[in-house]
Every structure is written in C-alpha cells, then in structure tokens.
Design a protein around this ligand. Structure first.
Ligand SMILES: Nc1ncnc2c1ncn2[C@@H]1O[C@H](COP(=O)(O)OP(=O)(O)O)[C@@H](O)[C@H]1O
Ligand SMILES: [Mg+2]
Length: 235
C-alpha cells in the first residue's frame, strides 16, 4: 500500500535528518515506528505527507506521490494525526469534524455516514458535539484528532504518538480504538513512545536510529529481541 525508498529529508537549516529511509506498509496492516527521541520518527511522517522537502521515492497504491503537494496526498487517501493533536480549540467538536470534511462538502457530498462512523467509534464525541475543542480532556482531544482524520476518508492513517499525555488507563482503550479503525479497512503507520503497547497491537515494526532504519521485524519478534528490550522496552 505504501512503499518508501531512499527517503532523505532536511529542515530549513539544511541539516539532513533522514538518511535513505526504506519502509513499507502492507495493505490492511498496522505498522509501528519506534526509536529514541530525535531519531526522526515525526520527520518521517511529515516527509510522507510532503510537509517538508525530501528526496527519494514514495509510492502509494501504485502511484509515485513524492512530488505531490500535501492536499493532493490527503485526497489520495493518506491522513495524518499530528503529535499534539491539532484540534481547533475555538471550534466545537462538530465543527472540527466538519472542517476535516471540507473536500466532500465542497463537492456537495453528504458526510452523515462519516459522522456516524466517528460517533459510533467515539460515543463521547457525540455527547460533547457542541463543546469547544479546548474544553475537552486530553483523551477526548486525541479522539477528536483521530475523528478528524477519519472524516478525510483515509486508506492509510499516519499517527504521531497518539498515546502521548494520556492517563495510563486510557492508553489501552486508545489502542483498542485504533484496532477498530484498522479492522474497518484503514492501514495504520504508528509512531509510538509506548513501544510495548504499539508492538503488542501491530504486526510489523521498524526501528529508527539517527535518521535511518536500523531494524525491521515482525512486532512479535521485536518484543522478544533483547537489545530492543533494553533500549526501548525498559529492559
Ligand atoms: N523544525 C525543525 N528544524 C530543524 N531541525 C529539526 C526540526 N524538527 C526536528 N528537528 C531535528 O530533526 C531530528 C529528528 O526529529 P524528529 O523527527 O522530531 O524526531 P522524533 O520524532 O523521532 O523524536 C532531530 O535531530 C531534531 O532535532
Ligand atoms: Mg516525534
């Protein structure tokens, strides 16, 4: 579904932070990227969305997208849930979801089915649909961010640290929700600090070190890998 080859990227200062990243997300899969702080995980997701300048090849569903603009990439079916959630604090829950459906509304399409999907996955958002973004708890904002991504009708969702800042009892619930999204036919590429949980839920994992892929394995194999345990899973 997604094939990234030789992806390199630099920020405005010109310092290259990704060096020839190779990774793939098979159709229907849930794939995890793990790695230390500053390893390049967020940058990898940003480069896939063309939120920054990059070199290399990115093929999505058979089409080369590395030279396309961000809105076109979104229209082709990749949506990103950024770290820190990206919810509009001054808009209601409902309007946050509507804004994310702008491409469909502007074509006169109904978004009732999309809203139903979001509200059945996250019933609390239906209850709080008139509340403003800022009034939501951290966990609810994260749900809204995922809801916004669903409104874009993605085939592939990129999630940057979705469990960050959640109370421990909500982390597993969040992963269960992501599993449901995945089961509804959306492939997931997930960056996670909570490596243990992410590996439990995903099938395939990549380890990123200093801007490059250092290891690629079945998640279950990585969970058993002693050096990975020591580095990322608290021994
Ligand atoms: N806006 C930026 N400008 C310059 N360098 C950046 C910027 N954002 C991140 N970096 C650098 O890029 C590298 C990778 O960062 P990042 O992708 O955010 O890592 P991760 O998400 O794995 O923690 C780090 O060395 C970081 O300091
Ligand atoms: Mg990051």
């Amino acid at each position: 579904m997604l094939e990234v080859r030789n992806l390199s990227a630099a920020y405005q200062d010109g310092v290259e932070v990704l060096h020839n990243i190779d990774l793939a997300v098979p159709e229907g899969a849930m794939v995890t990227l793990i790695g230390a702080n500053g390893a390049g995980k967020t940058t990898t997701l940003r480069a896939i969305m063309k939120l920054m300048r990059s070199r290399g090849s990115i093929v999505f569903r058979g089409e080369e997208i590395s030279r396309r603009e961000t809105p076109e990439i979104a229209q082709l079916g990749i949506s990103m849930v950024p770290e820190g959630r990206g919810v509009f604090p001054g808009l209601s829950v409902y309007d946050n979801l509507r804004v994310a459906a702008t491409p469909w509304l502007s074509r006169g399409q109904s978004i009732d089915g999309d809203l139903d999907r979001v509200f059945s996955l996250f019933p609390i958002l239906a209850e709080r649909r008139k509340q403003l973004g800022w009034a939501l708890s951290g966990g609810q904002q994260q749900m809204l961010a995922i809801g916004r991504a669903i409104m874009a009708r993605p085939k592939l969702m990129l999630l940057d640290e979705p469990s960050l800042g959640l109370a421990p009892n909500l982390v597993e619930e969040m992963f269960e929700k992501l599993k449901s999204v995945n089961e509804q036919g959306v492939s997931l590429l997930l960056v996670e600090q909570n490596a243990f949980m992410a590996l439990e839920y995903s099938t395939l994992a990549y380890v990123i070190e200093r801007g490059t892929v250092s290891s690629q394995k079945a998640s279950s194999a990585l969970l058993e890998d002693n050096s990975i345990k020591a580095a990322y899973l608290g021994g």
